[in-house]
Write a protein that binds this ligand. Structure first.
Ligand code: HEC
Ligand code: HEC
Length: 365
């Protein structure tokens, strides 16, 4: 190619500069437009977390929250004296235990994976199969389940009464009651505490109108989340927790997850064939911090869980960049753990801690 005469260079430079200038002006304008559209769309699917999850029926008085917090961390109410709510819902693991399936009293294995209790009050029902109406009912029945292993409520309440400092705390929380230590009050106090456990993240700042609270990569992930169809199930303030859906809409879940046994989910509660393999859509807040995944904890890492979701729920094979993008977005849902959860409270002294051979064996195993 013949070199251009020197005189032509300035013209090319000018054309080039004008073109670059136009691009530079219009590109951010376009970005701003699409950022605004994305925020608007996001607000139609999601909401920022509330300050707390109190309802008219279940208020959060400071006294109840203080008592409930102590009860949550107290191992002395379990039959072997070793299990508290916080044993399986550890602050250091974002209120989970990091196990595929939790271990209850005498190290017996529970049937499912422990979900986080952070933001759990947002869910329309509790447990993977929704067997409990709310966190209060969940806390009450926990006393008799394989986690705590009490034979009946009277035995559990006797364990609380054996700790003198609790009497005044129950009285303050439920004033005017002749016998304030009861399983209903235990569950209302723990429930009140749980209803304060919200973990806001940058995603909430974003939804409140700050597009830059999320990085460009996170916003692209959010777009992928919406466009792929994850929002069909994972929506609302918790990005889940609003209904039951079949796990395995497009294909059988256990083939994709390699689950060793087939859990029938909601069917186990209702016995209705329409509920076979239905599970509560889990809240995705803090999901990056709460492996292993799914009701049986068989999947260890988030990219794998996301790929399986797309395949079995939506019949979509995601590309590696799509998976990465979704995982990046999900990371923005990691919030701040409330200080009242991160730090264990001091408990009233006393009580009886059994030391049977079975429980000491379990503890030293
Ligand atoms: C031995 C371990 C263990 C202990 C102790 C334990 N949990 Fe859990 N928790 C679990 C497991 C496992 C599940 C899931 C059970 C299921 O869905 O079948 C669960 C579920 C929950 C849920 C439902 C969350 C959701 O998204 O559906 C809440 C709330 C909860 N636990 C609170 C508590 C409270 C409060 C206590 C103490 C009273 C407690 N847990 C004690 C293991 C435990
Ligand atoms: C048709 C409803 C539906 C759609 C669509 C859907 N999910 Fe889910 N998702 C569920 C259900 C139900 C579960 C619980 C499965 C189980 O039983 O373990 C779940 C579980 C998850 C989990 C595991 C959470 C945990 O704590 O173990 C992640 C992560 C997840 N979904 C992300 C996604 C992503 C990303 C998409 C889009 C690619 C998506 N989901 C699409 C219903 C859905």
């Amino acid at each position: 190619m013949k070199p251009l005469p020197w005189g032509d260079y300035p013209r090319i430079w000018i054309i080039g500069l004008v073109a670059v200038g136009l691009l530079a002006r219009s590109a951010p304008a376009q970005d701003e437009q699409s950022d605004a559209d994305l925020l608007k769309e996001a607000r139609s699917h999601f909401e920022p977390l509330p300050k707390d999850m109190a309802t008219a029926e279940f208020p959060v008085s400071p006294e109840r929250v203080r008592l409930g917090r102590k009860l949550f961390f107290d191992p002395r109410i379990s039959s072997d004296g070793a299990v508290s709510c916080s044993r399986c819902h550890l602050a250091a693991l974002y209120a989970t235990d990091g196990l595929p399936k939790s271990l209850g009293v005498h190290d017996q294995t529970l049937p499912r994976n422990a979900p986080t209790v952070l933001n759990a009050g947002l869910s329309f029902k509790q447990h993977w199969d929704g067997r409990f109406a709310n966190v209060e009912e969940q806390a009450k029945l926990s006393l008799l389940g394989p986690g705590f292993g009490n034979p009946d409520y009277a035995t559990a309440m006797a364990r609380i009464r054996a700790i003198p400092g609790y009497v005044a705390l129950f009285q303050e929380s439920f004033p005017g009651e002749p016998d304030p230590i009861s399983e209903d009050h235990w569950s209302k106090a723990i429930g009140a505490y749980e209803r304060t456990l919200v973990s806001p993240s940058r995603f909430d700042d974003y939804l409140r109108g700050k597009p830059n609270a999320l990085s460009t990569a996170e916003r692209n992930g959010l777009r992928t989340f919406i466009e792929t169809g994850c929002i069909d199930c994972h929506k609302g303030p918790g990005l889940g927790g609003l209904g039951f859906r079949k796990f395995g809409v497009a294909s059988e879940y256990w083939k994709a997850t390699g689950s060793p046994d087939i859990d029938k989910g909601r069917f186990g509660v209702t016995n209705d064939p329409a509920d076979l393999y239905k599970f509560k859509v889990p809240v995705l807040r803090n999901v990056a911090m709460t492996p292993p995944y799914f009701h049986d904890g068989v999947i260890n890492d988030l990219p794998k869980a996301v790929r399986i979701m797309a395949k079995v729920q939506l019949d979509i094979e995601l590309s590696d960049p799509e998976v990465e993008s979704l995982v990046t977005f999900l990371g923005s849902l990691t919030g701040t753990i409330p200080e009242s959860f991160e730090r264990a409270p001091v408990l009233p002294a006393g009580g009886f801690r059994p030391n049977s051979s079975a429980s000491s064996h379990a503890r030293t195993k």
